[in-house]
Write a new protein. Structure first.
Length: 143
C-alpha cells in the first residue's frame, strides 16, 4: 500500500514537513520550510554525503522519488491521518468517465487526425483533462 499526502501545498501538516534522514539521522525541514523546500534540502544533504548516498544511485537524489519518500515519512509520522494522507491504491481504482461532449475541439495540427485520448492530471486523482494526445501521431496539444 502506497500512502501519499493529499496536498503538497496549502496547509502545513502538524510540525510541518519534518524529515529525519534514515541513513544519517540528519533532521531536515519542519515548520519553516514548505514541501518543495524540504525535498530540495533532503537532496542537497544527500549530495553533500556521497559516501552514504552515491551519485550513481539516483533513487535517493531524484526529486519525484524524494518527494514520495517525504510523503511516506510524513504520513507515517501522522499515523496516516486521512485529513492529510490518502491510500494511492484507492486513487488508482478511480476510473473517470467521459461524456461524449468531452472531445478535442479540433483536428491534430500535425497530422489532421480527429481522434485523441485525454492526458489526465495525476495530482487531482485524474479528475481533470490537461491536454489531448493524438491517436495517430502522438502529438500532445493543450486542452
Amino acid at each position: 500500500m502506497k500512502i501519499q499526502l493529499l496536498r503538497r501545498n496549502g496547509d502545513f501538516p502538524p510540525a510541518g514537513y519534518e524529515f529525519i534522514d534514515p541513513r544519517t539521522g540528519f533532521k531536515i525541514g519542519g515548520t519553516n520550510a514548505n514541501f518543495n523546500d524540504t525535498v530540495t534540502q533532503i537532496i542537497q544533504h544527500r549530495l553533500a554525503n556521497p559516501k552514504v548516498y552515491p551519485p550513481s544511485d539516483m533513487r535517493y537524489l531524484e526529486t519525484n522519488a524524494v518527494g514520495d519518500e517525504l510523503d511516506a515519512y510524513t504520513c507515517a509520522r501522522l499515523g496516516n491521518n486521512p485529513r492529510y494522507c490518502k491510500d494511492m491504491d484507492e486513487r488508482k481504482a478511480f476510473i473517470p468517465t467521459f461524456s461524449t461532449t468531452e472531445k478535442p475541439a479540433n483536428a491534430c495540427p500535425k497530422c489532421g487526425e480527429v481522434g485523441a485520448k485525454p492526458r489526465l492530471c495525476q495530482t487531482c486523482a485524474g479528475n481533470r483533462i490537461l491536454s489531448w494526445i493524438c491517436d495517430k501521431c502522438g502529438f500532445e496539444r493543450p486542452k
